[in-house]
Design a protein around this ligand. Structure first.
Ligand code: FES
Length: 138
C-alpha cells in the first residue's frame, strides 16, 4: 500500500473539502464534523467533478406524506444531474448495487511517522519584509 501525504490537518478544518490528485486521478477529501472521507472526484454517471456538489442528508419515507431526515451532511449530490452518493460507502442512492464511487481510506497521522521520499524539489529562501512575503532566487 502506498501512502500519500495530502496536507496538514489544520488546513482542512471541519466543514471543508480539498481536491487532490493521486496517481493521476482526482480525489475529493472531505472533513465532515471532524470525520475525514476520501472519494473519487469523478461521478460514475457522466464524469462530473463531485467537488462542487452539495452535502445533504438521507430522506426516507415509509408512508406517503411522512418523511424522516437523517445523516445530515453525509450524502454528496453530483452538481450535474443530482445523483447522490453516500460518503461512507461511495454508493449511489439511485442504483446502489451497480453505481458506486471509488473509496479510499483516509486518516490523520503524526508528522514524525511520515517517511521522507527520494525526490527533492528546488527550494528558495523566504522571509517576511514589511508584512510582505519575499522569496529570493538566484
Ligand atoms: S454526471 Fe453526476 S449525475 Fe450525471
Amino acid at each position: 500500500m502506498v501512502r500519500h501525504v495530502i496536507a496538514p490537518a489544520k488546513d482542512l478544518p471541519a466543514g471543508n473539502r480539498i481536491r487532490v490528485m493521486i496517481d493521476g486521478k482526482p480525489v475529493l477529501v472531505l472533513n465532515i464534523k471532524g470525520e475525514l472521507f476520501a472519494l473519487s472526484d469523478t461521478c460514475p454517471h457522466r464524469g462530473a467533478s463531485l467537488s462542487g456538489g452539495i452535502l445533504t442528508g438521507h430522506v426516507v419515507s415509509e408512508t406517503p406524506g411522512e418523511y424522516k431526515y437523517s445523516r445530515a451532511g453525509e450524502i454528496l449530490r453530483c452538481p450535474w444531474h443530482a445523483w447522490e452518493f453516500d460518503v461512507r460507502t461511495g454508493r449511489s442512492w439511485c442504483d446502489p448495487k451497480r453505481m458506486r464511487l471509488m473509496q479510499l481510506d483516509v486518516k490523520i497521522e503524526p508528522g514524525a511517522s511520515l517517511v521522507e521520499g527520494p525526490y527533492k524539489t528546488e527550494t528558495f529562501p523566504v522571509r517576511i519584509e514589511d508584512d510582505y512575503i519575499v522569496i529570493e532566487t538566484t
